[in-house]
Write a protein that binds this ligand. Structure first.
Ligand code: GLP
Length: 257
C-alpha cells in the first residue's frame, strides 16, 4: 500500500496509487477525529483532495466518522467570486464535503470571496483562527510552482491571512476549472504561511507525474519563499504523502533509500 521514508525531519509516504493516497489521507482525518472529536481541521481545494473527500463522506455515511463537534477551515478562496459560482472554492467544498456530512454550518469557515474590504476579511479570518485555538490537522496540496494555499513564490514567507496576487502560472494551472478563462479571478484571500506553519500537524497530499519536479524541489531543495512549500522541511510534524507518479523524480535521482 505504501513505503515510508524520513527526509531530514520530514516524513515522506509513497503510496502505490491515487486511490491508496486518498484512503490513507481519510484514515488520518478519521483518526484525528476519533482522538479529538472537537478537532480543528484545515482543508484544501483542488483536484488532489477529491478522492479523500469522497472517502470521508462514505465513512460518515457508514457511521464511522462524526463531524458534529469539529471545526473546518478552508485554506483560501478566489476574490472576487460569488460562493454560488460553481468555480468558487466555497461551492467546491459544499459539493465535495460540507453538504454531505454533519459539520455545523457555523463551524465551517472559508474566506468571503464577495467582501468589499479584503483587509478586514483577512483580519476576520485570522480572528476566527485565533478563536478556534489554532489548527490541529492542516491538510494541503501544492501548486506546480510550489505554492501552498495561494502563497505564491515571492521574496519572503507570508505571515497572516493575505490578499494574494495570483501568478500567471497559477492562473494557467487553475483556469482549467473555468469554462471562460477570462472570468477567472486574478486574486485570492489565503491563509498565510505562518498561519499554516502554526498547525500542530500537517498532511500534504501530492499526486500525478505533473508534480514530480516540485515534489523533489520542495523536499530536497533550499528552504526559500521562492518555493513556499519548502517551509515544510522545518515543520516538526509533517507527513508528505505522494503517489508513485509524483515520486518519479525522487526515484530517478536515487533519493528514496
Ligand atoms: C490551488 C489551491 C491550492 C492547491 C493547488 C493544487 O491553487 N489554492 O490549495 O493545493 O491549487 O491543486 P491540485 O490539487 O488541483 O493540483
Amino acid at each position: 500500500m505504501y513505503i515510508d521514508y524520513n527526509i531530514e525531519q520530514l516524513h515522506l509516504r509513497v503510496t502505490k496509487d491515487y486511490d491508496s493516497l486518498s484512503k490513507l489521507a481519510a484514515d488520518i482525518v478519521e483518526e484525528e477525529l476519533q482522538n479529538n472529536p472537537a478537532a480543528v481541521i484545515g482543508f484544501p481545494t483542488g483536484s488532489t483532495p477529491i478522492g479523500m473527500y469522497k472517502e470521508l463522506v462514505k465513512r460518515y455515511q457508514e457511521g464511522r466518522i462524526d463531524f458534529s463537534l469539529a471545526t473546518i477551515f478552508n485554506l483560501d478562496e478566489y476574490h472576487p467570486i460569488n460562493p454560488k459560482n460553481a468555480q468558487s472554492f466555497a461551492y467546491f467544498m459544499h459539493q465535495h464535503l460540507i453538504d454531505h456530512i454533519n459539520i455545523k454550518k457555523e463551524n465551517f469557515h472559508i474566506p468571503n470571496g464577495t467582501c468589499d474590504d479584503v483587509e478586514a476579511e483577512c483580519q476576520r479570518f485570522d480572528e476566527l483562527l485565533e478563536k478556534a485555538g489554532g489548527i490541529h490537522l492542516q491538510v494541503m496540496g501544492v501548486g506546480p510552482n510550489g505554492h501552498i494555499a495561494f502563497n505564491e513564490p515571492s521574496e519572503e514567507f507570508t505571515k497572516k491571512t493575505l490578499f494574494a496576487d495570483l501568478t500567471p502560472s497559477t492562473i494557467e494551472a487553475n483556469s482549467r476549472f473555468f469554462p471562460d478563462k477570462s472570468k477567472m479571478p486574478r486574486h485570492a484571500i489565503s491563509m498565510g504561511i505562518q498561519s499554516l506553519f502554526n498547525a500542530k500537524k500537517i498532511l500534504m497530499l501530492v499526486n500525478g507525474e505533473g508534480k514530480k519536479e516540485i515534489v523533489r524541489k520542495m523536499l530536497l531543495g533550499p528552504v526559500t519563499p521562492q518555493v513556499p512549500a519548502s517551509i515544510l522541511q522545518l515543520h516538526p510534524n509533517t507527513l508528505v504523502m505522494i503517489d508513485e507518479e509524483a515520486a518519479l523524480e525522487l526515484e530517478r535521482n536515487g533519493d528514496l533509500k
